[in-house]
Write a protein that binds this ligand. Structure first.
Ligand code: AMP
Length: 216
Protein backbone atom coordinates (compact mmCIF):
# COMPACT_ATOMS: atom_id res chain seq x y z
CA UNK A 1 0.00 0.00 0.00
CA UNK A 2 1.32 3.38 -1.04
CA UNK A 3 -0.50 5.40 1.57
CA UNK A 4 0.17 5.62 5.28
CA UNK A 5 -1.34 3.30 7.90
CA UNK A 6 -1.31 4.44 11.54
CA UNK A 7 -1.86 1.92 14.37
CA UNK A 8 -3.66 3.34 17.41
CA UNK A 9 -5.39 1.80 20.40
CA UNK A 10 -8.79 2.97 21.58
CA UNK A 11 -9.15 5.20 24.62
CA UNK A 12 -6.51 7.57 25.96
CA UNK A 13 -3.99 6.97 23.20
CA UNK A 14 -6.53 7.53 20.39
CA UNK A 15 -8.04 10.58 22.11
CA UNK A 16 -4.73 12.21 22.96
CA UNK A 17 -3.25 11.51 19.50
CA UNK A 18 -6.17 13.26 17.74
CA UNK A 19 -4.81 16.81 18.32
CA UNK A 20 -1.41 15.77 16.97
CA UNK A 21 -3.02 14.23 13.88
CA UNK A 22 -5.13 17.39 13.46
CA UNK A 23 -1.96 19.50 13.52
CA UNK A 24 -0.73 17.37 10.60
CA UNK A 25 -4.05 17.93 8.80
CA UNK A 26 -5.29 14.38 9.47
CA UNK A 27 -8.81 13.89 10.82
CA UNK A 28 -10.26 10.37 11.27
CA UNK A 29 -13.76 10.03 9.81
CA UNK A 30 -15.08 7.84 12.63
CA UNK A 31 -14.80 7.43 16.39
CA UNK A 32 -13.61 3.93 17.40
CA UNK A 33 -15.65 4.20 20.63
CA UNK A 34 -18.89 4.16 18.65
CA UNK A 35 -17.83 2.44 15.43
CA UNK A 36 -17.01 -1.27 15.34
CA UNK A 37 -14.79 -0.75 12.32
CA UNK A 38 -11.15 -1.69 12.79
CA UNK A 39 -9.97 0.28 9.77
CA UNK A 40 -10.95 3.93 9.90
CA UNK A 41 -10.50 6.36 7.04
CA UNK A 42 -9.37 9.94 7.38
CA UNK A 43 -9.99 13.17 5.48
CA UNK A 44 -6.83 12.31 3.55
CA UNK A 45 -7.35 9.51 1.01
CA UNK A 46 -3.72 8.36 1.52
CA UNK A 47 -3.94 8.01 5.33
CA UNK A 48 -5.88 5.41 7.35
CA UNK A 49 -5.97 4.40 10.99
CA UNK A 50 -6.11 0.79 12.22
CA UNK A 51 -7.51 0.16 15.70
CA UNK A 52 -5.38 -2.35 17.62
CA UNK A 53 -4.95 -3.63 21.18
CA UNK A 54 -2.42 -1.37 22.92
CA UNK A 55 0.04 -4.24 23.31
CA UNK A 56 -0.24 -5.11 19.59
CA UNK A 57 0.70 -1.67 18.22
CA UNK A 58 4.49 -2.38 18.18
CA UNK A 59 3.89 -5.70 16.40
CA UNK A 60 1.84 -4.09 13.59
CA UNK A 61 4.53 -1.45 13.08
CA UNK A 62 7.44 -3.89 13.44
CA UNK A 63 6.14 -6.03 10.55
CA UNK A 64 5.11 -3.05 8.41
CA UNK A 65 1.35 -3.73 8.56
CA UNK A 66 1.28 -0.18 9.90
CA UNK A 67 3.86 2.48 9.07
CA UNK A 68 3.34 4.53 12.21
CA UNK A 69 1.88 3.88 15.62
CA UNK A 70 1.64 5.09 19.16
CA UNK A 71 2.59 2.89 22.12
CA UNK A 72 3.25 3.35 25.83
CA UNK A 73 6.81 3.06 27.11
CA UNK A 74 5.60 0.08 29.18
CA UNK A 75 4.36 -1.71 26.07
CA UNK A 76 7.56 -0.90 24.17
CA UNK A 77 9.83 -2.23 26.90
CA UNK A 78 7.84 -5.47 27.11
CA UNK A 79 7.84 -5.80 23.29
CA UNK A 80 11.59 -5.18 23.04
CA UNK A 81 11.43 -2.59 20.26
CA UNK A 82 12.84 -4.76 17.42
CA UNK A 83 12.33 -3.21 13.97
CA UNK A 84 11.02 0.00 15.45
CA UNK A 85 12.29 3.51 15.22
CA UNK A 86 11.16 5.58 18.23
CA UNK A 87 11.79 9.19 17.23
CA UNK A 88 9.50 11.03 19.60
CA UNK A 89 8.12 11.00 23.13
CA UNK A 90 4.58 12.30 22.56
CA UNK A 91 4.20 13.07 26.28
CA UNK A 92 0.63 11.73 26.25
CA UNK A 93 -1.15 9.04 28.31
CA UNK A 94 1.22 9.82 31.17
CA UNK A 95 1.25 7.67 34.28
CA UNK A 96 3.73 5.89 36.58
CA UNK A 97 4.83 2.26 36.79
CA UNK A 98 4.75 1.46 40.50
CA UNK A 99 5.23 -1.28 43.05
CA UNK A 100 2.12 -1.49 45.24
CA UNK A 101 1.30 -3.54 48.35
CA UNK A 102 -1.67 -3.93 50.70
CA UNK A 103 -2.02 -1.15 53.29
CA UNK A 104 -0.05 -2.14 56.38
CA UNK A 105 2.40 -4.41 54.53
CA UNK A 106 5.90 -3.24 55.54
CA UNK A 107 7.56 -3.40 52.13
CA UNK A 108 10.79 -1.66 53.20
CA UNK A 109 11.21 -4.04 56.12
CA UNK A 110 10.66 -7.13 53.96
CA UNK A 111 13.14 -5.82 51.38
CA UNK A 112 15.75 -5.00 54.06
CA UNK A 113 15.37 -8.51 55.49
CA UNK A 114 16.20 -9.95 52.08
CA UNK A 115 13.03 -12.05 52.05
CA UNK A 116 11.68 -13.42 48.75
CA UNK A 117 8.72 -11.43 47.47
CA UNK A 118 5.92 -12.81 45.34
CA UNK A 119 5.09 -10.16 42.74
CA UNK A 120 2.19 -10.34 40.30
CA UNK A 121 2.38 -8.28 37.11
CA UNK A 122 1.61 -8.00 33.44
CA UNK A 123 5.03 -6.34 32.98
CA UNK A 124 7.54 -9.15 33.49
CA UNK A 125 10.56 -7.49 31.86
CA UNK A 126 10.10 -4.18 33.66
CA UNK A 127 9.53 -5.92 37.02
CA UNK A 128 12.48 -8.32 36.54
CA UNK A 129 14.88 -5.46 35.71
CA UNK A 130 13.61 -3.29 38.54
CA UNK A 131 14.02 -5.87 41.30
CA UNK A 132 17.32 -7.15 39.87
CA UNK A 133 18.77 -3.63 39.95
CA UNK A 134 17.74 -3.33 43.60
CA UNK A 135 19.03 -6.80 44.44
CA UNK A 136 15.58 -7.89 45.65
CA UNK A 137 14.71 -11.57 45.24
CA UNK A 138 11.31 -12.04 43.62
CA UNK A 139 9.10 -14.74 42.24
CA UNK A 140 7.23 -13.14 39.36
CA UNK A 141 3.69 -14.25 38.60
CA UNK A 142 2.38 -13.29 35.16
CA UNK A 143 -1.15 -11.93 35.06
CA UNK A 144 -3.12 -10.46 32.15
CA UNK A 145 -5.34 -8.04 34.09
CA UNK A 146 -6.76 -6.84 37.42
CA UNK A 147 -3.44 -7.16 39.18
CA UNK A 148 -4.93 -5.43 42.22
CA UNK A 149 -6.71 -8.67 43.05
CA UNK A 150 -3.50 -10.66 43.51
CA UNK A 151 -2.40 -9.31 46.94
CA UNK A 152 -6.02 -9.34 48.18
CA UNK A 153 -6.37 -13.06 47.54
CA UNK A 154 -2.93 -14.17 48.70
CA UNK A 155 -1.68 -14.86 45.17
CA UNK A 156 1.14 -12.32 45.64
CA UNK A 157 2.68 -9.94 48.21
CA UNK A 158 3.00 -7.05 45.78
CA UNK A 159 2.14 -5.94 42.26
CA UNK A 160 3.87 -3.91 39.59
CA UNK A 161 1.26 -1.89 37.71
CA UNK A 162 0.48 1.44 36.09
CA UNK A 163 -0.88 4.13 38.36
CA UNK A 164 -2.53 7.28 37.10
CA UNK A 165 -4.86 8.92 39.65
CA UNK A 166 -4.25 6.23 42.28
CA UNK A 167 -8.01 5.62 42.59
CA UNK A 168 -7.81 1.95 41.61
CA UNK A 169 -5.18 1.23 44.26
CA UNK A 170 -7.13 3.15 46.89
CA UNK A 171 -10.40 1.35 46.11
CA UNK A 172 -8.62 -1.95 46.76
CA UNK A 173 -6.74 -0.89 49.92
CA UNK A 174 -3.37 -0.91 48.19
CA UNK A 175 -0.61 1.70 48.36
CA UNK A 176 2.19 2.54 45.95
CA UNK A 177 5.51 2.08 47.75
CA UNK A 178 7.96 2.63 44.92
CA UNK A 179 8.00 4.29 41.52
CA UNK A 180 9.65 2.04 38.94
CA UNK A 181 9.59 4.60 36.12
CA UNK A 182 7.47 7.38 34.62
CA UNK A 183 5.50 6.25 31.56
CA UNK A 184 4.29 8.15 28.51
CA UNK A 185 3.47 7.18 24.93
CA UNK A 186 5.91 7.31 22.05
CA UNK A 187 5.61 7.54 18.32
CA UNK A 188 6.85 4.36 16.66
CA UNK A 189 7.82 4.09 13.01
CA UNK A 190 8.59 1.08 10.84
CA UNK A 191 12.28 1.33 9.95
CA UNK A 192 11.85 0.35 6.29
CA UNK A 193 8.82 2.63 5.82
CA UNK A 194 10.83 5.57 7.10
CA UNK A 195 13.22 5.12 4.16
CA UNK A 196 10.70 4.12 1.48
CA UNK A 197 7.97 6.62 2.40
CA UNK A 198 10.14 9.46 3.62
CA UNK A 199 8.31 11.99 1.42
CA UNK A 200 4.98 11.36 3.15
CA UNK A 201 6.23 10.41 6.62
CA UNK A 202 8.83 13.18 6.98
CA UNK A 203 6.35 16.08 7.10
CA UNK A 204 4.06 14.17 9.51
CA UNK A 205 6.96 13.51 11.91
CA UNK A 206 8.01 17.14 11.68
CA UNK A 207 4.54 18.47 12.51
CA UNK A 208 4.19 15.98 15.39
CA UNK A 209 7.52 17.15 16.84
CA UNK A 210 6.44 20.80 16.67
CA UNK A 211 2.98 20.04 18.10
CA UNK A 212 4.46 18.11 21.05
CA UNK A 213 6.81 20.99 21.85
CA UNK A 214 3.86 23.40 21.79
CA UNK A 215 1.62 21.23 23.98
CA UNK A 216 4.36 20.24 26.48
P1 AMP B 1 -5.86 4.98 38.27
O1 AMP B 1 -6.99 4.40 39.06
O2 AMP B 1 -6.22 6.31 37.63
O3 AMP B 1 -4.58 5.08 39.08
O4 AMP B 1 -5.60 4.03 37.03
C1 AMP B 1 -5.05 2.77 37.26
C2 AMP B 1 -5.56 1.76 36.29
O5 AMP B 1 -5.62 2.25 34.96
C3 AMP B 1 -4.61 0.59 36.29
O6 AMP B 1 -5.34 -0.62 36.27
C4 AMP B 1 -3.77 0.78 35.05
O7 AMP B 1 -3.46 -0.48 34.48
C5 AMP B 1 -4.63 1.67 34.15
N1 AMP B 1 -3.84 2.76 33.56
C6 AMP B 1 -3.62 3.96 34.12
N2 AMP B 1 -2.91 4.76 33.31
C7 AMP B 1 -2.70 4.06 32.19
C8 AMP B 1 -2.02 4.33 30.95
N3 AMP B 1 -1.43 5.50 30.71
N4 AMP B 1 -1.98 3.35 30.01
C9 AMP B 1 -2.59 2.18 30.25
N5 AMP B 1 -3.22 1.86 31.39
C10 AMP B 1 -3.29 2.78 32.35
Amino acid sequence: MNGITIALSKGRIFDETLPLLAAAGIVPTEDPETSRKLIIGTNRPDVRVVIVRATDAPTYVQYGAADLGVAGKDVLIEHGGAGLYQPLDLKIAKCRMCVAVPQGFDYDHVVRQGARLKVATKYLNIARNHFASKGVHVDLIKLYGSMELAPLTGLADAIVDLVSTGNTLKANNLVAVEEVMPISSRLIVNQAALKLKRETLGPILEVFTQAVEKIA
